[in-house]
Design a protein around this ligand. Structure first.
Ligand SMILES: Nc1ncnc2c1ncn2[C@@H]1O[C@H](COP(=O)(O)OP(=O)(O)OP(=O)(O)O)[C@@H](O)[C@H]1O
Ligand SMILES: [Mg+2]
Length: 300
């Protein structure tokens, strides 16, 4: 099992799907790693970025989405995750001109229905209310781990808010990447998810955990070189681990996510935003590698 990287933030619209797919592109093309992106979000934005609308509709018709996988997995009968995973999931060319090893378990609107169904079923079987949440999260965790077997890097693109699947994604992840927009709400939002990731319940507090021992790292996205943004980024850095990479707000990033039927190089896709993807990749690579080798040591 490779590294599991969840991209999460309770706040919506901060660039989670943008960053998740950017990381998937970079690690599969430059790192030549076998990457699986699991789209945990009912909005399915990462899926649309990776395979385009028409292919997503086809995947849904074939019942090849995370929601179907969750449905078929219940009640814990063996299912083959490969049936729900699309190979060759991007419009990119590999460095050697071939197809990058990037695969996708698509998201779909039914994910939340499945969560609810499992919850209701457990409750109707007499599971005490306080144990239902734990049981659903545990089930999701098992599903995600099972799906990620055989990949170098598994990326979980989480929805905004805190659903069962987000909790499970955070719990199962080796690293949680928390993109944020430098604004006044972000510090508060990151504080909440930071405590959740580090399982801080009284008396344990986030500040008791050294920055370099935390499982999450924040990433400034939609950054502009203004004094307000700099101050907000500094404030974030005072309380939370933060990447040196700052991704600016640029049309090239927004445009890179239009899926094209013809494969192109990563340079052709990202155009003027390519240096930002490179910087993010260079800073993230050692973190991913470190978790990979510590995982191998643990399992040896
Ligand atoms: N650095 C950037 N520069 C320009 N546009 C960006 C940048 N990052 C994200 N966007 C745009 O902002 C919008 C929101 O981004 P995205 O969907 O990645 O956020 P999200 O956190 O995944 O949202 P949600 O909470 O709904 O899942 C998208 O239209 C995306 O193209
Ligand atoms: Mg998203």
């Amino acid at each position: 099992m490779g590294t599991i990287l969840a991209v999460a933030n309770r706040k919506g619209g901060v660039g989670k799907s943008t960053v998740a797919t950017m990381v998937a592109h970079a690690f599969s093309v430059w790192g030549e790693m076998r990457v699986l992106l699991i789209d945990v979000d009912a909005q399915a934005n990462a899926s649309l970025i990776l395979i385009g609308g028409e292919n997503w509709v086809k995947a849904r018709k074939r019942n090849a989405t995370l929601a179907d996988y969750i449905y078929d997995f219940f009640p814990l009968k063996p299912v083959e995750p490969a049936s729900y995973i699309l190979p060759e999931a991007s419009d990119l060319r590999a460095q050697d001109g071939g197809v990058p090893p990037l695969t996708l378990m698509p998201g779909s609107l039914e994910i939340e229905d499945r969560e609810h169904e499992i919850m209701v079923r457990l409750a109707s079987q007499g599971t005490p209310f306080h144990q239902v949440e734990e049981a659903v999260t545990t089930r999701f965790r098992t599903l995600l781990r099972h799906a990620g077997d055989g990949y170098d890097l598994v990326i979980l693109d989480c929805p905004p808010g805190i659903s069962f699947s987000t909790r499970a994604s955070i719990a199962v992840a080796d690293i949680v990447l928390v993109p944020f927009r430098p604004d006044y709400v972000s510090l508060f939002a990151v504080d909440r998810i930071g405590r959740m990731i580090e399982e801080c319940y009284p008396p344990r507090q986030l500040k008791d955990i050294p920055m370099d021992q935390r499982r999450y790292v924040t990433l400034a996205n939609m950054y502009r070189e203004t004094s307000i943004h700099d101050r907000l980024v500094d404030e974030m850095a005072a309380f939370h681990p933060i990447m040196e990479t700052r991704i600016p707000q640029t049309a090239a990033i927004a445009n890179a996510f239009d899926w094209e039927a013809n494969r192109r190089t990563i340079r052709q896709k990202y155009k003027s935003a390519l240096p930002h993807v490179e910087t993010l990749y260079s800073e993230l690579l050692p973190l991913v590698e470190r978790r990979r080798s510590s995982g191998e040591e643990t399992s040896a």
